[in-house]
Ligand binder design. Structure first.
Ligand code: UDX
Length: 490
């Protein structure tokens, strides 16, 4: 693996050795296959960088919406960027993959790799299908660039798969260029990547990719060139590390709970050590979303397949700690309601897996909400962006119109996603609306002192809890009539 220092004037030597290469003469034209979070953002960002881009999606409804400049999901800044370039004519969308490939030189494969049903392995059907279709449709020289998150070894298999499909006289290369974008920050992360990983390039395809990424390279984005398996592994290892960091701090939160220490202060103190860093040390309900959970499971599965059992067992533990956080919050809610949530009204604030997105895939918040609903609680959910997506996945839960109506009459309030709307809410106003001002701050995000001042009992994890001695320790204890009477009289 070689790391190249960034160069603002990184020259792009024309190393393409074929005389007929269209890429020698003009800026590479780009096709993006798959227009989900990754593909739609990548396509718009490539247009912003000055390229002619065609986005391809098998779903004609998605193509129609994107062609109008409408983004079918919530991603700050993306609608504006997309509309600007649909209007400028640099960006268009189609369902006709062959047409898009015929007019392009660099083909980004950005389709999904969901978890397989009944297994931890990644489902590679879409990646294989898309890559095969691109290879078959190539009418002139070009580079197929895998961006999807795949298990190590996939790219080599894809290379072998497409070899017989490439037309006579066409020079095609398949390389891997993983994406590290975060939802909610997708535009920023794509326009200003903190690193560009290029796996399996030749001199020729590296030159093309340096031309594609000339803008971020010019402002200092480091380029790391490596082999295919390393590029594939960088992505999943990055996510596995982030997940491990979160589960680490959540495991420490458990120790803090037992010892009466404060995990937030501890994380701040740890974070001052530059080797550790403060980010991804927020203890609470743990991680969810469309990437971290599925990626660590796919890596767990692949590591075990390869006989690398240390990674597999480490990630198993990370996953277990993470899932345990959801159960912990469910238990906290049951405890706070004296042992039974049956017919008790619970306001759930937050449905998205994190703030600034409407994505509810593997959302810890909805997982907790649904579990309490199944135990007979009257759960009312509110989220600033994710109510429509949550309603689609969990139609049996009740959804409020706004924050106030969510908490009105609540016996218990749960803050499960750290939206600024909840952090900045006026606790005095909310206290007047609820039946019982007790809140489980599952993200340790509320200004606890202000809430307590306004009359709330704030239950946090990994934080010294003023009410701890009064709270029931077990369900049996919680249900005892003496205990209930004591607590009700509080
Ligand atoms: C992640 C990676 O960050 C990104 O680089 C990769 O390309 C895709 O996966 P994303 O899924 O958008 O991005 O979410 P991220 O911001 O990483 O958060 C993941 C989850 O971890 C969220 O549920 C969040 O609430 C949780 N989290 C994050 C914590 O519980 N504690 C923290 O300290 C940080």
């Amino acid at each position: 693996m070689t790391a190249r220092p960034p160069g603002p004037h990184d020259s792009l030597p024309n190393t393409h050795d074929r005389k007929d290469s269209t890429m020698n003469d003009h800026a590479p034209r780009i096709s993006v296959i798959g227009t989900g979070y990754l593909g739609a953002t990548h396509a718009a960002a490539m247009a912003e960088m000055g390229f002619d881009v065609v986005g391809v999606d098998a779903d004609p409804k998605k193509v129609q919406a994107l062609s109008r400049g409408d983004v079918p999901f919530f991603e700050p800044g993306l609608p504006e960027l997309l509309r600007r370039h649909v209007d400028s004519g640099r960006l268009r969308f189609t369902s006709d993959l062959a047409d898009a490939v015929a007019v392009s030189d660099v083909h980004f494969v950005c389709v999904g790799t969901p978890q397989r049903v009944g297994s931890f392995a990644a489902n590679l059907d879409h990646v294989q299908e898309a890559t095969r279709a691109v290879a078959k449709a190539m009418t002139h020289d070009g580079v197929i660039v895998g961006k999807s998150t795949v298990p190590v070894g996939t790219a080599a298999t894809l290379r072998a798969m497409i070899e017989p499909l490439i037309a006579e006289g066409v020079h095609a290369e398949l390389i891997w260029n993983p994406e590290f974008l975060r939802e909610g920050m997708a535009v920023e992360d794509t326009l200003h990547p903190d690193r560009i990983v290029l796996g399996g390039t030749t001199e020729s395809s590296e030159a093309v990719m340096r031309r594609v990424y000339a803008a971020p390279i010019a402002v200092g984005a480091p380029v790391i060139t490596c082999d295919l398996p390393t590029a594939e592994l960088v992505k999943v290892s990055a996510n596995a590390f982030l997940a491990t960091k979160i589960s680490f701090v959540n495991a420490i939160a458990e120790v803090c709970d037992a010892a009466g220490a404060d995990v937030s202060v501890l994380a701040d103190a740890l974070g001052h050590d530059a080797r550790i860093g403060r980010r991804f040390l927020d203890a609470g309900l743990g991680f969810g979303g469309g990437c971290l959970p599925k990626d660590i499971r796919a890596l767990m599965h692949r590591s075990a397949e390869l006989g690398a059992f240390s990674a597999a067992s480490l990630l198993q533990q990370v996953d277990e700690i993470n899932m345990g956080r959801r159960q912990l919050i469910i238990d906290r809610a049951v405890e706070a309601l004296y042992g039974s949530v049956l017919n008790r009204r619970i306001a759930v604030l937050g449905a998205a897996f994190k703030p600034h997105t409407d994505d509810v895939r593997d959302s810890p918040a909805l997982n907790v909400a649904a579990a309490l609903h199944l135990r007979g609680a009257q759960v009312v959910v509110w989220d600033p962006e994710a109510v429509p997506t949550a309603r689609r996945d969990f139609p049996t839960l009740s959804y409020a119109q706004d924050l106030e109506s969510a908490v009105r009459g609540a016996d218990l309030t749960l803050v499960l996603t750290e939206w600024p709307e909840f952090v900045q809410a006026d606790p005095a106003v909310l206290a007047r609306l609820v039946r019982d001002p007790q809140v489980v701050d599952a993200r340790n995000c509320l200004p606890a002192a202000a809430w307590e001042e306004a009359g709330w009992t704030v239950l946090r994890s990994g934080a010294p809890d003023a009410d701890a001695p009064q709270r029931p320790r077990s369900r049996t204890e919680a249900r005892s009539p003496r205990r209930v009477a004591e607590l009700v009289a509080r």
